[in-house]
Design a binder for this molecule. Sequence first.
Ligand code: FE2
Length: 390
Amino acid sequence: MPRKKLLWAALAAAVVVALALWVHSRWDAWFTMPPEPAFLSPDAPHNVQLTLGSDAERTRIVSWQSGLSSGSARLTLIAPGGDTLRYAAARRDFRNSSGSLSYYNVPFPVSPGGYRYCVSVDTLVSPWYDFSVAPLSALDTLRFVVIGDVQNVRDTISPVVRRIQRTFRPLFWMQAGDLIERPHMQWWNRYFADFDSVAQSVPIVAALGNHDFHKSLPRRADERFFYTFPFYGPSGGSPEGTARFEAGPLSIYIFNTTRNYFNLMEQRRWFLRERARDAADIWLLVILHHPPFSAASPFNNLPTRWALLPAFNEAGVDLLFSAHEHTCSRRNPDADACFYQYISHFSPKNYTDDPANGRHFHVVDVTPRSIVVRTYSDTFLLTDSLRIGR
Ligand SMILES: [Fe+2]
């Protein structure tokens, strides 16, 4: 064989071997899925979740679970004026080789004021819960909390979750994906134990992360995620795992970055279509799992960067919260991006081994003229503060 051909053959062989080694090193991360332990779901309504409806100011959704698959489930709501309202629930049955249960949800209109509610399946009734609705458009300051990956598999984080809510009184929580360790019932139950009392009284909105997916080809999002957060239901042709919320001076866009480039391009087109509905002077906030600018490597998350970054710049996104990398950083606007990008996590896993990159959360205060983002460690140490004005 001529020397030149031999060289090309050697080069091709080296590329194939390098590719094979890389796939081998990533095999478990991509394809190995621990089997889900068998589970039994109690009949009494449990794992109650309050979340936002399509209009953060005027709608709410409550979802809950039960081992009973019943045609008679409902939400009982005591409105601010004292009227008692009853809503029939929609039901989604879930079954896999580890167990079965039913999910119920009710979307309902709200107006400013205090509410009480309970949920029921047949004759089984949950405890009563309270929540209040603020007039987001008329508030001096709209406050919410953002957290990244939770994925808790260790000691409960319930005390710190409750302390955040008690200390800062956010109107809602946003979570940037990987809420649970794996799509297993045990980890959904862990989330509800960690967020008990907050999940029922303050709307929580979670984005999809890679840990919310089944490791298959193609990867498939766990349907329990959508049953828990039903605002992702089919509406207006939005791609799976995307959502938009109007919240007073803020427009919030949620993306599903655990998808391929072509799906991300579809999300980009959806975003630009939806963006046209925003008022010109509104703040633009993006929540997604994989940061367009990785803190770990310039080669990470390239599909997200290639597909979404041009649209974010074109639309003038102000602020982006992301997760996935189990570290904490802020990236300021520059020639490549017009927005501030945060990466953070709220998880026991810290990929950098630097204690300064441990569990963090963000408290965000929004007015028509400014956004203030304060970043705290889970010991409530203020580690970063940013003010964006106009
Ligand atoms: Fe992740």
